[in-house]
Design a protein around this ligand. Structure first.
Ligand SMILES: N[C@@H](CCC(=O)N[C@@H](CS)C(=O)NCC(=O)O)C(=O)O
Length: 278
C-alpha cells in the first residue's frame, strides 16, 4: 500500500496539529510523505487540490484510498494508525469547540479593528497574502478544470475580494466599519475564551490528555501558538506566552502559563516551532 500523503504548510495554524501529532506519536519521516501547499501563493486554489479537498484547506491527508479533509479527521487518522502503538487520550468534544468559527485563529491575521491596524495590515504581509490569493483565484477560476468547483471559486472570490477592497481603500465606508466591528468582536471572543474559559478547562499541570499530550492537545497547542503569534509574539520558548498580555491587558492565567510551559518542553513543540510561532 502506498504511503499516506500529508498536504501541509509551514505557516498554517491547523497543519501544525498533525505535525505535532506525527512527532508525539512516534511516526518516522518515512512513514508519511509530505507535500507542501503554499497557501501564501494560493496553491490551495488549484483545481487539482480542490479535487482532493473541495474546501481547499490544509491539513489534508490521503491514505488508503481515502481523503481526510479536516484537521480533526487527519489528526484522528494519525492517532488511530500510529505504528508504534503509541496511545494517547482520544479527542473529546473540545475539538469541535476549538474549531468553531468564533475562535477562528486565522482571522486575526487579516482583521483590523481601527484605522491604524488597517494601515498596518494593508501595507504588510496580510496585503501580500490577500492579493496573492485573489490573483491565484482569478488564474484558476478561468481554467476548464475549474468547472466542477464553480461555487467554491465564486464564494472565495467574493470573500477574499471584500478584504482586498478594504485593504485597498476601495470599499464603501459602511463595509469598512462593519469589518472593524467583526474584528473587534472576534478579538473580544478570543480574549474571553483565554481569560474565562480556558482556565476552567485546563488541568493544573500537564495536558488535557493527562501527563502527555492527547488528541485535544494537538489542536489546542496549534491554536494557542497562533493566537500568541497574532498578538505580536514569536518566541515559542517558556516565556513566549506572555506576549498575549498585549491583547489581554492582564496577566496570562496561571493554567495557561503552565500549559504553555508543558508544551515548550516537548520535542514536538520545539521542532514544529523551531523557526518561531506561526
Ligand atoms: N475547518 C478546517 C479549517 C482548516 C483551515 O482553515 N486551514 C487553513 C490553514 S490553517 C487553510 O487551509 N486555509 C486556506 C483558505 O482558507 O483558503 C479544518 O478543521 O481543517
Amino acid at each position: 500500500m502506498s504511503k499516506p500523503i500529508l498536504y501541509t504548510f509551514g505557516h498554517s495554524v491547523w497543519a501544525a496539529a498533525p505535525e505535532l501529532a506525527l512527532i508525539e506519536l512516534g511516526y518516522t519521516q518515512d512513514d508519511v510523505e509530505k507535500k507542501v501547499v503554499n497557501l501564501a501563493e494560493g496553491e490551495n486554489f488549484a483545481p487539482a487540490f480542490l479535487d482532493i479537498n473541495p474546501q481547499g484547506t490544509v491539513p489534508t491527508l490521503e491514505a488508503g484510498g481515502e481523503a481526510y479533509t479536516s484537521t480533526a479527521k487527519v489528526t484522528s487518522y494519525l492517532v488511530a494508525h500510529a505504528s508504534n502503538r503509541a496511545t494517547v487520550a482520544p479527542g473529546t468534544e473540545f475539538m469541535s469547540k476549538i474549531h468553531q468559527e468564533q475562535y477562528d485563529p486565522n482571522f486575526p491575521l487579516l482583521s483590523a479593528r481601527h484605522e491604524d491596524e488597517l494601515r498596518s495590515k494593508a501595507s504588510g504581509h496580510s496585503m501580500t497574502f490577500v492579493q496573492n490569493r485573489q490573483n491565484a483565484l482569478s488564474k484558476h477560476s478561468g481554467t476548464p478544470q475549474s468547472v466542477d468547483h464553480r461555487n467554491f471559486y465564486d464564494a472565495k472570490v467574493a470573500e477574499n475580494g471584500k478584504v482586498l477592497s478594504i485593504y485597498q481603500a476601495k470599499a464603501p465606508e459602511n463595509v469598512k466599519n462593519g469589518f472593524f466591528e467583526i474584528s473587534r468582536v472576534h478579538w473580544d471572543t478570543l480574549k474571553a475564551f483565554i481569560l474565562d474559559e480556558l482556565p476552567d478547562i485546563l488541568p493544573e499541570s500537564g495536558f488535557l490528555g493527562g501527563d502527555i499530550p492527547g488528541e485535544d492537545d494537538f489542536h489546542l497547542a496549534a491554536w494557542l501558538a497562533r493566537i500568541v503569534f497574532a498578538a505580536g509574539g514569536g518566541d515559542s520558548s517558556r516565556d513566549g506566552v506572555h506576549s498575549i498580555e498585549k491583547e489581554l491587558g492582564k496577566p496570562t492565567p496561571e493554567r495557561v502559563v503552565s500549559y504553555w510551559t508543558a508544551w515548550s518542553r516537548r520535542k514536538s513543540w520545539q521542532d514544529v516551532y523551531a523557526n518561531g510561532l506561526h
